[in-house]
Design a protein around this ligand. Sequence first.
Ligand code: HEM
Length: 415
Amino acid sequence: MSTMPSDRSPDSTLAFLREGYRFVGTRCDRLGTDIFQTRLLLEPTICLRGREAAELFYDEERFVRRGAMPTRGQRTLTGVGGVQGLDGADHHDRKAMLMSVMTPDAVRRLGQIFDDRWRARLPDWAGSGPVVLYDEVGKLLTEAVWAWAGVPLADADVPARTAEMHAMIEAPAALGPRHWRGRLARRRAERWAGALVDRVRAGAAPSPESSVLRVVAGHRDGTGQLLPRRIAAVELLNGLRPTVAVDRYVVFAALALHDHPQWRDRVRGDDAATEQFVQEVRRHYPFFPVAAARVRRSFQWQGHTFPQGRRVLLDLYGTNHHPGLWPEPEQFRPERFAGWRDDPYGLVPQGGGDHLTGHRCAGEWITIELMKRAVANLTGAMSYRVPPQDLALDLGTMPALPAGGLVVDGVRPLP
Ligand code: HEM
């Protein structure tokens, strides 16, 4: 039996919050390992990175999700009682409900709505001065996903709903007001989402068949019961909130086009090149740092003991930047995805494994579709300038974004 390497700190929570995306990777590099133990939030925790680690982490026989996500994450980002914290048959049932709305047709439809709204907004952007891409794309995504999901939305409410989604996404690793804004936003959002579910169930709000709203409101679990109203609200928000979060990836795509302008011509009108570009954006830029689970029953792996109940973190960012998996991982090189064979454990910005049976992100196809539409619009539907600004990404801030949200100006629609 080998002793698991340890970072030897009495508690590393503050270091994790300070170092952010690099916390696990820095220690792995220093200890010459892809596995070590530490203490986080006063609890012993095993940290892992790499392909083999991802394959282990997504083995449902070995890990459960119940009780893995810290309360601060549940009360802001995911909600309490949602699919993220379920295991076994309960998880499969809830996940199947969400995945039933992710058909190729439905994904395309959302992409088309987003596209139409982006093009319709171009004259406004052209007529205004500088445009903050993060804010504007966030609002477009809110409009698009609300329409797609069958959730009514007045034009006047778009900024407030977008801000609510942003607040939830920004809160889990934040301290102070940014965290509390996220809690408040979640309480508010669950209130209106729950009221809407009630109205749909009472037949008082029309909702298109097979829309997210209709599916969630009408879903019955294995015992034939409708989901409790609060849980239905959490799951409805699971379809909405992360779609708005794609605005971060759109900002990263714009950043990549700015830093690697040769890709503007390469992606224009070329679906294969656009796909490579989008995959590299997802691999390269920081979004979710880690995923968390707990050991179901004690087991041994590579000579190390994983005790029952132990919290385990998989370093998503570190796996996407693992030098053993990705040559020159810090370089932005979309061509690495030419001829790439999909590897469910190698590229894990949205988790790994299987979408239907495991905890891999339910919205991965949506994300890729929306990013491709955004890249097509940024390169083919408009011209713009990126004025001088601070575009640095602070890897110690989770989630990361350029401070000003990426400002563009001189927007002109292209014929
Ligand atoms: C913005 C880009 C996105 C990123 C970076 C992202 C990332 C992730 C990650 C890391 C997980 C956790 C995987 C795990 O626990 O092992 C996850 C789960 C999930 N995501 Fe996403 N996601 C994104 C977009 C979306 C979209 C667009 C949707 C829905 C429309 C969505 C819905 C979900 C759901 C429901 C889960 C929970 C799945 C489960 O526990 O079975 N996500 N996502």
